[in-house]
Design a protein around this ligand. Structure first.
Ligand code: PLP
Length: 411
């Protein structure tokens, strides 16, 4: 019998058909195996991983709790870790956080995916920052949400624009469900939501009866005293916030250990969605994290980590000051991993990338972080991976390419 090959594309679901590779993945392909200074990779520097300490903890976990750590676990997470996260939340001002409001997730990325599935119907409007974190956008997009961009300035989301966008969507008869925000040291812009705006954002959520998805992946990695005192939105209006935190940036992303805190009714639904996704996050990983917390490994290393990234951020800012072409601007982060650079209006950051790679440096063109299709003249620069010397060298090489691109445009 003649076998015909299935038409796989025709077998896909609506969600399956929407799936597409993102700019960062495409960039990884473009880079291939080239040796370049990467101002593109948004990952923590592997220099910051406490490999020796984690080797000892892992060996101990296996020796003393092996049967338990290698078994399936509760969907909500290891109870000792859930308790510890409740403590972390209280220390962040999210006052009466209870274990029943917490679900441990396989990275915050899973938390974003699960909450999107639990909250959103196709066509529901979600307000997102311009620009926003690509992984968050993907999770919301995969849930078939309609993503509406809200302008950001140096103080974060512009509240008047947020109101305008909500009013417009409502007047078009659309259902507006939630606001997705990364208030601290945002990925990709490095911008932080100002204290006053946090209150205003909470008021908007209250007034329009919306939820806020607060993605606080970089909370601990601040560089200034002032930034250390900023309150999460979840501390201001806990009933309206789904709050996501992670151990990826302060311990190691390979442990895939993170959490989601939501009002109990939502946390219960997230738990049920998680059961269908992976039954539970890795017990072994969670057992390692709980030991790292008990030993004070995370807490002890935080000042060093902040210093590590602060030095790299300063190196990048100084290099930009020195080498950036006229008419370009960039953000001045007070924490996190990223700077967003804006080039002269006519310079296309994506078009300049192949030449930048030829010249030994990579960055992420900004356009795919902007859901409204703007941002072609922007790029994300990560200072998290390279040494301060390499950052300076990379910025100089990159800026030379931009100067040439500008000269070409100007003829
Ligand atoms: C803003 C933001 N949210 C979530 C994540 C995902 O982190 P995790 O490793 O916990 O999945 C990242 C990772 O880069 C991020 O930048």
């Amino acid at each position: 019998m003649l076998k015909t090959k299935p038409e796989y594309d025709e077998m896909l679901s609506a969600v399956g058909r929407r799936l597409q590779s993102n700019a960062i993945r495409k960039l990884t392909k473009l880079l291939g195996s080239r040796e370049v200074i990467s101002l593109a990779a948004g990952a923590p520097s592997f220099e910051t991983f406490p490999v020796q300490e984690l080797a000892e903890i892992s060996a101990r976990v296996l020796r003393d709790h092996g049967r338990f750590a290698l078994q399936y676990g509760p969907t909500r997470g290891l109870s000792g870790l859930v308790e510890a996260v409740a403590g972390i939340l209280r220390s962040r001002g999210i006052a009466d956080s209870k274990p029943s409001e917490i679900v441990m997730t396989t990275g915050s990325q899973q938390g974003l995916d699960l909450i999107a599935r639990v909250l959103l119907d196709p066509g529901d409007v979600v307000l997102v920052e311009l620009p926003s974190y690509i992984g968050g956008l993907i999770a919301l997009y995969n849930a078939q949400a309609e993503l509406v961009g809200v302008r950001q300035d140096d103080d974060g989301m512009v509240i008047s624009d947020l109101r305008e966008k909500i009013d417009r969507a409502l007047s078009e008869g659309r259902r507006v469900k939630c606001i997705y925000t990364i208030p601290n040291f945002q990925n990709p812009s490095g911008v932080t939501l100002a204290g006053e705006r946090r209150k205003e954002l909470a008021e908007v959520a209250e007034q329009y009866d919306l939820l806020i998805i607060e993605d606080d992946a970089y909370f601990d990695l601040y560089f200034t005293e002032e930034a250390s005192r900023l309150m999460p939105l979840a501390a201001l209006c806990p009933d309206r916030v789904v709050y996501l935190g992670t151990f990826s940036k302060v311990l190691a992303p390979g442990l895939r250990s993170a959490w989601l805190r939501a009002p109990e009714a939502l946390a219960t639904k997230v738990e049920l969605a998680k059961e269908g996704a992976d039954l539970s996050s890795s017990m072994f990983d969670q057992a390692i994290v709980i030991e790292a917390i008990r030993e004070g490994l995370i807490e002890r290393r935080l000042p060093e980590l902040r210093e590590f990234y602060r030095i790299r951020c300063r190196a990048m800012l100084e290099a930009l000051e020195r080498f950036a072409p006229a008419e370009s601007h960039w953000t001045k982060p007070v924490g996190g991993f990223f700077i967003l650079m804006q080039l002269a209006a006519e310079t296309d950051a994506a078009a300049a990338l192949p030449e930048a790679i030829e010249n030994g440096v990579a960055y992420v063109p900004g356009q795919s972080f902007f859901v409204d299709g703007s941002g072609a003249n922007t790029l994300r620069l990560a200072y998290s991976k390279e040494s301060p010397e390499a950052i300076k060298d990379g910025v100089q090489r990159m800026c030379r390419v931009f100067q040439n691109a500008k000269a070409l445009v100007e003829g």
